[in-house]
Design a protein around this ligand. Structure first.
Ligand code: PMP
Length: 442
């Protein structure tokens, strides 16, 4: 029988507990800003789950909505029947979408990875339907993370991951990442330098011919690979080049969507509107899996036109068994209500200056070589202690856990990004616990 002490032999340790080097750490409950660990400790959630529990854990309204829905309608076969909550959620999402009414359709998926795959296919179908079927090239960015589907790893910028899986999508190029530590170290908010890196898109266009390029996909703010805030003017420049050549711009807002930057979406925060937006995570506050793609006017119709053209098996063209799952829709609607009623995006914006000041107070720690922040996100980069990076990061991460704070570590970069319900006092607590974890690390 599995007990907390012998879980290793029962579970797939690869999926869980990777951050703890596969030594199982077990949580048994969560409420608001805290997890309860199996030894009864309260653990402050410094990362909003995996950047998804934006309204905090165990929110009554969301829990009840899911409970009631499962009793009323547990499943609706997505290719055959719809249900009211699917329309309601789509309408709510379009109502809150950025870009002054630019978006008019939502395509539902079940995760960030699926949303990315869907967006890439929608982009390709869009060009094909317009008689531009030669536009098949996709452009991602170094240090981009778009999930673990074949679409996501192909356009993703983690070279080591790409290499492991043989033939990926053909015809993918990567823009350079925007991280210029020598010029932007300890930048508060958006860095000043680096907008010119977007011009690499011009070079790629010259190389292959712009008429072969379908879409560019970037995270407006790269989260998982180390909190890389785009330099001022960078996204604007990408948009201009895409417009010039008829290339679609996709923002992967799986992390930045739903208030994390103090605005509904990064699109609002940076004032640049893409053609497609992928979301997941915060859409249901992390409770029930869901992803979605927001489509700019005119794009969805071409996708449907392509589906019609595909012939006999239109329902198999694109869509998932669990698209717009009733439980996810119920969770999503309740989540959006909580965000609105509690003004959580505004709360995040109000707290952002406090957050910036607090996280930058770690800048003078001898282990810290950079601090980056925007909205309620921070990346704290540590000086690697050994030639193989990650040893110091791992120790800081485990020290923080032992002290009762869950952080997220990528190599030697510590990410902090709390639920948006965080208080000023909890921000101070989080930063002090991080400092203590740094102090306790050689
Ligand atoms: N895109 C981005 C920007 C992400 O951060 C993530 C997950 N961290 C994904 C896609 C993949 O989402 P999922 O794990 O839900 O497939």
């Amino acid at each position: 029988e599995a007990t907390p002490n012998n879980l290793e032999s029962f579970w797939m340790p690869f999926t869980w507990n990777r951050a703890f080097k596969r030594k199982p750490k077990v949580i048994t409950g969560a409420k608001d800003m805290h997890y309860t660990s199996d030894d009864g400790r309260q653990i402050l959630d410094g990362t909003a789950g995996l950047w998804c529990v934006n309204a905090g854990h165990g929110r009554k309204k969301i829990v009840e909505a899911v409970q009631q829905q499962v009793a009323r309608l547990d499943y609706a076969p997505a290719f055959q029947l719809s249900h009211p909550l699917a329309f309601q959620l789509a309408n709510r999402l379009i109502g809150m979408a950025p870009g002054d009414g630019a978006f008019d359709h939502v395509f539902f998926a079940n995760s960030g990875s699926e949303a990315v795959d869907s967006a890439l296919k929608i982009a390709l179908a869009y060009h094909r339907a317009r008689g531009e079927g030669q536009r098949t090239r996709l452009i991602g960015r170094e240090r981009g993370y778009h999930g673990v589907g074949f679409g996501g790893i192909s356009v993703g910028g983690i070279v080591a991951n790409r290499r492991k899986f043989g033939q990926l999508l053909a015809g993918v190029d990567h823009l350079p990442h925007t991280h210029l530590p020598e010029q932007n170290r300890f930048a508060k908010g958006q860095p000043e330098h680096g907008a010119h890196l977007a011009d690499e898109l011009e070079r790629i266009c010259t190389l292959h011919g712009p008429e072969t390029i379908a879409a560019v996909i970037v995270e407006p703010l790269a989260g998982s690979t180390g909190v890389l805030v785009p330099p001022k003017g960078y996204l604007q420049r990408l948009r201009e080049i895409c417009d010039k050549y008829g290339i679609l711009l996709i923002f992967d807002e799986v992390i930045t969507g739903f208030g994390r930057l103090g605005t509904g979406f990064a699109t609002d925060c940076f004032g640049v509107t893409p053609d497609l937006i992928t979301v997941a995570k915060g859409i249901t506050n992390g409770t029930v899996p869901m992803g979605a793609v927001f489509c700019r006017k005119g794009i969805y119709d071409t996708f449907m036109a392509e589906a019609e053209q595909a012939g006999g098996t239109i329902e198999l063209f694109h869509g998932y068994t669990y698209s717009a799952h009733p439980l996810a829709c119920a969770a999503g609607l309740a989540t959006l209500e909580v965000y609105k009623e509690e003004g959580l995006f505004e709360h995040a914006a109000e707290l952002a200056p406090k957050w910036q000041e607090a996280v930058h107070s770690l800048a003078d720690h001898p282990h810290v070589i950079d601090v980056r922040n925007l909205g309620l996100v921070a990346g704290i980069e540590l000086e690697p202690r050994t030639r193989a990076p990650g040893a110091r990061g791992y120790e800081v991460f485990t020290n923080a856990w032992e002290d009762g704070l869950l952080t997220r570590i990528t190599g030697d970069i510590l990410a902090l990004s709390p639920p948006l319900i965080v208080t000023e006092q909890q921000i101070d607590q989080m930063v002090e616990m991080t400092r203590k974890a740094l102090d306790a690390t050689p």
